[in-house]
Design a protein around this ligand. Sequence first.
Ligand code: FAD
Length: 557
Amino acid sequence: MNLFSTHYRSYLIECLADKKYDLVIIGGGITGAGIALDAASRGLKVALIEKNDFASGTSSRSTKLIHGGLRYLKQFEIALVREVGKERAMVHKLAPHLVNAEKMLIPITKHGTFGKMSTSMGLFVYDVLAGVEKADQRMMLDLEQTIKQENLLSQVKDLESSGLYAEYRTDDARLTLEVLKTADQNGANVINYMMMEDFVYKNGKISGLICKDRLTDKKIKIRSKYVVSAAGPWVDKLRRKNNSLNNKRLQLSKGVHLVFKRERFPINQALYFDVSDGRMIFAIPRGKTTYVGTTDTPYTGDINQVKTNQNDVNYLLNAVNENFPALHLKSADVISNWAGLRPLIYQEGKDTSELSRKDEIFESETGLISIAGGKLTGYRKMAERLIDLVYEKYAKTNSLKFKKCRTHKIVLSGGVFKKAKSVKKYINKLFEEMSHYGFEKIDADYLVHNYGRQAQFIFLKFKELIELELDENPQKERQIALARAELWFGIENEMVIFPMDFFQRRTGRYYFDIQSVKEIYNEILIDFQNYFSWDEKELAKQIQEVESYIYNANNFE
Ligand code: FAD
């Protein structure tokens, strides 16, 4: 039985209410996902609950880089850079379709933050700390080579040279999901739209959780020896509920990204460039788009409603336009956006951009173990540290034998490829088949980078659905059939419940192909109606919800 299928939700809820777990994790972002996989693969009985959709918090709103955090070198965070730097190659190995090598280019200008020498030294140290293989180590390019590498940089005033170094690109939400699916394959019980409402205590120690199924409002009690809060920006809220909030607390910082059509910001190479206020931002090409980010501002608003505002937009537009004046990017050029919160650890007298990105574990007297901070990139190591700690506690009261972390050997679902080259071969093979139906290479790239080898099931379903001869608009028919096949896959295997689960976090279409969302949402929502037996009122409500997201993609307050 595939418990990650939406169809088995009620059975899964019965399991959650019946079993007694070793560990329950609150939060289905990358931190919770990593912990669930680590714990389940060491043989612990694990449950994970997420109050919204998986990765709907910070873990779908990052810059989507698996990176060592070059800028943390400036803050002398050597240990952090070394750890996450090394993890890049590891996560790439575990999911080579989803974590792709991507060279990053830093333009060096006459009056920029870093000169040629300091960039060269910084990148060298970065490579050494991360153990980057020789062939991939940084290269310093002269002016001519720089412009050859990225023609658009010819617009940059006083450009002198550049540094080219190795990073990895990913899709944060899909990475979270594949880690969760792999945790499920290792025996964890994982569920979305299940909200932790209260802790249950026995003799002053947490012994379980009261949770509400947000689809039915029914409550269940989940019993567990240990409870971990991996609730990201919500960590302090839960610590407060547990009366364990002390002066070590979170400082939230908002980060915004904007998406443009690639033809409006036509780069072929990922860039990391200076802004006149001393910060640096990324511009990253993806599919038919280029995305730009990020801002870094203290946040005290509603953590359930984090929105991009016109100030954020203006900041990023200025940052691009001051470097690339001929582009004249305007608010109207934005086609989509996202805003997220960094759950950073507060330090007296420091600006949000100066705060450490290191993770931290807080233990309360009642037994609540909370983890916050950290990076998407470091999720596996964070999980290892946390589960080692659980074993240590466990050892004091139980006779459970310590088992070592195994996640460095566990390939993530969809990622069974011998090496990165095999991904390319697989894409080419799939494209050969897809081209018979009029698809382009970019479509095969999209499917394989999103789903890895699971793409073949989606394509098989597509072939079942497509009826080419029926339509006078085969291009649209094709697009709808492919999205319907993806939805079928998402419901059968990825716990899709609502349309935005599908458009934002399973497919990334809302961010990187919003035009397709506009063209197909009516047909896709009819499928939803059929799968979930929605009445007309529910269908109308869901259509309105999708339309309001489409509106918010490029309208700002
Ligand atoms: P979250 O993803 O927020 O997950 C916490 C989850 O807990 C949420 O889904 C929430 O719904 C759930 N939850 C809360 N309360 C409850 C409850 N009562 N019951 C059930 N569930 C609950 N890192 C990188 O490595 N590379 C990058 O390029 C990068 N870029 C970034 C850019 C920005 C703008 C930001 C904001 C962060 C970036 N990061 C990056 C950092 C990275 O995204 C975060 O460290 C990471 O996503 C945090 O994940 P998390 O699981 O701890 O939190």
